[in-house]
Design a protein. Structure first.
Length: 568
């Protein structure tokens, strides 16, 4: 058996829907999916390769394309969990117990103990594995909801490529608005953008694997077998230890489906209800842990309270037309044309997708600071509804019109689908090439000076896990992941009282600040080391060499580290 035949056999078993027959022509159809996965991973790897190869001799790319603060937070967890089952919050100077757990970063940390790839390398492993699994799972779901090959492929590529109308805002920026980008969240939010997440946020793709729970639930519902609910619950338990808030989406979507099914059948759907109970009982423990962690522990409670520091929330409902684009238009069009209140004439698949689409309006506007994360996955029902509308209403309408205009002309569906896919991809095209432009600057925070890396290496060897390092946010955010020590200022949520500490750091490095005030700050938070480098120089011209309470312990061309001399 050759490799392709072996893969096809495994995929055949994966996509067979318990009918005894494969629903796909694997030698042709699935090779398209295989090729797509390879191409997507190759294309999205090019910016990383460019960033590494184009780095100036005195700098190094840190392996992150976007949102450095959050990714550095994950890397800190990865480091802590590589040798322990629970992690402390090292992104704040306050002493705190190791009580945090996340299965994803625990697994990557433990795996790196054997692979020795480092944080950036394991990040790419996550990108490779999560993307491959999700795209295979996505096409498995397409095969469940669509019986025709062209419809399956169309739904697959819509979910993969759709990216909203943010490109219009970019055009306005360089024409009408004179350099100002209007409504940046309508362009840069990644949670509902599959391609953008694959490019820069692979943990979103890993979280998106929660849709496998829906896949199992629907198959169990059709076959009336509770073992699927048990499998879905176990998978939910597995994913919940990585992204507990996704359990909220799962329970809400399943609950709405049961409600619609009750209305349709005019009786309680006992099997579906029991299946949901099984899933909930098995999977809710990570959610309970998260609630207890952020309500009983004062430090983690404050971390949760600071989530709004990011200032990132779901775009206004009227902005969804820009944020989600033409695919969203078609999804709404399909729901309306299919008469959403005509439940008796809808099959379970239609009920499920419509319910998923509609309940997401509630989820993404819940009054919680992490509401924007609940957008993750909405592109799937939107893409499926858009696909249904294209083949049920749009293409037949164009075909009828073309017959009137040009009798005898056979309008091919591809004449609509290909331009449509290109159009909905435009924002992703911009986002992709925008990364090259940003990375070509070789600036903080995506790059650090090699002298700064040498300073981090020194701290890793000489600082203990309880030590506190005071530095700029630019440098300090890297301290926990690269050294294992606490940083004074590292993250907009994980650093307790973030804005106060930001001002304290800025004040510390100003030459006008009194030494007594600096000493008080160092003593108050038990700071052990102070860093002086390019990023710190941008905050002020304080000269640590002249401070009697600091002793230089490390020096390289651009960076120095000073140990705090304890007050007598």
């Amino acid at each position: 058996m050759d490799l392709v035949s072996g893969i096809n056999k495994l995929v055949n078993q994966f996509v067979t829907m318990n009918t005894g027959k494969s629903v796909l022509n694997l030698n042709k159809e699935w090779r398209i999916i295989y090729l797509t996965i390879v191409v997507v991973l190759f294309i999205t790897s090019i910016p990383y390769y460019y960033a590494y190869q184009s780095a100036p001799p005195d700098k190094q790319f840190m392996g992150i394309l976007l949102n450095v603060p959050d990714h550095i937070q994950y890397f800190s967890w990865m480091r802590e969990l590589s040798h322990a089952n629970l992690a402390a919050n090292k992104l704040t100077p306050e002493p705190n117990k190791a009580i945090f757990f996340n299965l994803l970063w625990w697994g990557l940390g433990r795996l790196d103990v054997y692979m020795h790839l480092g944080y950036a390398g394991m990040f790419q492993v996550l990108r490779l594995v999560a993307t491959t699994l999700f795209l295979l799972l996505l096409y498995r779901m397409c095969s469940w909801f669509f019986q025709e090959k062209l419809q399956r492929l169309t739904a697959f590529f819509i979910v993969l490529l759709t990216s909203g109308l943010g490109w219009v805002l970019v055009v306005f920026k360089y024409t009408l608005t004179k350099g100002e980008l209007l409504f940046p969240l309508d362009l840069y939010v990644a949670e509902s953008n599959t391609f953008f997440s694959i490019l820069a946020y692979p943990h979103f793709i890993a979280a998106l694997l929660y849709v496998f729970i829906f896949d199992l639930f629907l198959r169990g519902e059709k076959l009336r077998q509770y073992r699927y609910a048990v499998g879905a619950g176990l998978f939910g338990l597995f994913l919940g230890w990585q992204h507990a808030y996704d359990l909220l989406s799962i329970y809400a979507i399943l609950g709405v489906f049961v409600l619609l099914l009750t209305i349709k059948e005019r009786k309680l759907p006992e099997f579906a209800i029991k299946s949901c109970i099984i899933i909930g009982v098995i999977s809710f423990w990570p959610a309970l842990y998260s609630v207890l962690l952020t309500s009983l522990d004062p430090l983690w409670k404050e971390v949760l309270d600071q989530f709004d520091n990011a200032g990132v929330f779901t775009p206004n409902i009227l902005h969804l037309f820009i944020f989600l684009g033409l695919t969203y238009f078609l999804a709404i069009f399909t729901v309306i044309k299919d008469k959403p209140l005509d439940l008796p004439n809808k099959d379970n698949n239609q009920l499920f997708i419509m319910g998923w689409f509609l309940v997401s309006y509630i989820l993404v506007y819940l009054p919680v600071d992490y509401q924007i994360h609940l957008l993750n996955g909405w592109q799937i029902p939107i893409g499926f509804l858009a696909t249904s509308g294209i083949f049920k209403w749009i293409i037949p309408g164009i075909q009828r019109w073309s017959q009137k205009v040009r009798p005898g002309f056979a309008f091919s569906p591809h004449l609509f689908i290909v331009p449509f896919l290109l159009f909905i991809s435009l924002t992703n095209v911009y986002l992709y090439f925008w990364r090259f432009y940003e990375l070509s600057r070789h600036e903080y925070p995506f790059y650090l000076y090699k002298d700064e890396l040498a300073a981090l290496s020194w701290l890793e060897k000489n600082a203990s896990g309880d030590d506190v390092v005071l530095a700029s946010l630019t440098f300090g955010q890297y301290v926990p992941a690269w050294t294992g020590a606490h940083t004074f200022l590292g993250h907009w949520a994980q650093t307790v009282d973030f804005y106060t500490k930001s001002e304290q750091v800025s004040t510390f490095y100003r030459s006008a600040t009194q030494d007594a005030d600096r000493v008080n700050l160092l003593n108050q938070y038990g700071v052990d080391y102070v860093v002086a480098g390019p990023a710190e120089s941008s905050l002020g011209d304080f000269n640590p060499e002249e401070a009697s309470y600091l002793m230089r312990v490390f020096k390289i061309d651009k960076v120095a580290i000073y140990e705090v001399i304890p007050s007598r």
